[in-house]
Design a binder for this molecule. Structure first.
Ligand code: ZN
Length: 133
């Protein structure tokens, strides 16, 4: 039997292996949401000093995508692109926090249900009161 190809699995990503490369590691969505999109940090990122190591001397940076562009034209056409719009949609989702992970694992402080240790401690002190009388 031949391979059953999933159609349209790559969307607009031409190089699907790029994401798995460590040297091409980009910022995670939560880093962008919690740090870069802060107005103070955003202004600093948009007005970076000339950097000869970065594409376009670090003068054309997309904060949402954490990407450098060569020219203003490239950056502008990127803002109108599908990749950028999808990124904006992803960034609207709330960031995944440690609290959420703990809640999922049942470690959160949401429910005020007493833990077993406090139940035991209460039972022990009750017995002590009975023993005293
Ligand atoms: Zn972008």
């Amino acid at each position: 039997m031949g391979r059953l190809r999933r159609s349209r699995a790559h969307h607009a990503r031409r190089d699907v292996h790029r994401a798995s490369r460590t040297r091409a590691r980009v910022k995670d969505l939560d880093q962008i949401q919690l740090i870069d999109l802060d107005p103070k940090n955003r202004a600093a990122l948009e007005a970076q000093p000339l950097d000869y190591e970065k594409p376009g001397l670090a003068q054309h940076y997309c904060v949402e995508c954490a990407k450098y562009y060569e020219t203003d034209h490239a950056l502008n056409s990127h803002w109108r692109s599908k990749v950028h719009k999808r990124r904006l949609k992803d960034l609207k989702q709330p960031a995944y926090t440690i609290e959420e992970a703990e809640r999922a694992a049942g470690l959160g402080r949401e429910g005020k249900r007493p833990t077993t240790t406090t139940v035991v401690a209460a039972a022990v002190s009750e017995m002590e009161v009975i023993a005293d009388t």
